[in-house]
Design a protein around this ligand. Structure first.
Ligand code: ITT
Length: 204
């Protein structure tokens, strides 16, 4: 199997990428396989900029093709927050539970029709010596008033997926991997993957 490196230390993302890349014939390696690799500062002001920063830092260090994911939750009633700050919304500790409680508290008293939100994912591809490029995907829904379901990670238990009529955390992993913001972004890369990795002996 061909190997693809994803520049992430997030275990939830790592699992989802492994699942999504398998049928495409790729084995996923992430920064969890290289724990000594230092955290990359996300200093960009958009998901796309941050994804490029992560992909380029890792592809430069390894000399290989690298894909990075920058993603988050955008809530209309909060003017798009937490957005690019989703991972650390309630503080540096990156606690999913604290992040969800903060969102639920901020939306207290906001009626259902005004709780609209979307997950957004930007994927950046960096090929050594070339300029990185990005694709993106989104998944529409609304914020629940309580947590539901036990699958997934991050804000999944409080995100109601309109097209599935279930919370994201109520969806089994194989279903989330078909409809998520991450899946939609990856779909846009699928056609170019073959050409991208062709002849890239260093990655295989
Ligand atoms: P890496 O930078 O190492 O990939 P990270 O968790 O810091 O890990 P981001 O900066 O892209 O990654 O932040 C993404 C956050 O957005 C993540 O921690 C979750 O809180 C949220 N998020 C993204 N995708 C999600 C999903 O599919 N389900 C639930 N929450 C998600």
């Amino acid at each position: 199997m061909q190997e693809v490196i994803i520049a992430t230390k997030n275990t939830g993302k790592a699992k989802e990428f492994s699942r999504m890349f398998k049928p495409l014939g790729y084995e996923v390696k992430t920064l969890l396989d290289f724990p000594e690799f230092e955290d990359i500062e996300e200093t960009g002001s958009t998901f796309e900029e941050n994804a490029v920063l992560k992909a380029e830092a890792v592809s430069k260090a390894f000399g290989k093709i690298v894909i990075a994911d920058d993603s988050g939750l955008m809530i209309d009633a909060l003017e798009g927050r937490p957005g690019i700050y989703s991972a650390r919304y309630a503080g540096e500790a990156k606690s999913d539970e604290a992040n969800m409680q903060k969102v639920l508290a901020e939306l207290e008293g906001v009626p259902e029709e005004k709780r609209t939100a979307r997950f957004y994912c930007a994927l950046a591809v960096s090929v050594p010596g070339k300029e990185a490029y990005t694709v993106s995907g989104a998944c529409e829904g609304r914020i629940l008033t309580d947590k539901r379901g036990s699958h997934g990670f991050g804000y999944d238990p409080i995100f109601f997926v309109t097209e599935k009529n279930k919370s994201m955390a109520e969806l089994p992993p194989e279903e989330k991997s078909q409809i998520s913001h991450r899946a939609k972004a990856l779909e846009k890369l699928e056609n170019s993957l073959g050409a991208l990795f062709k002849g890239d002996g260093a990655n295989g």
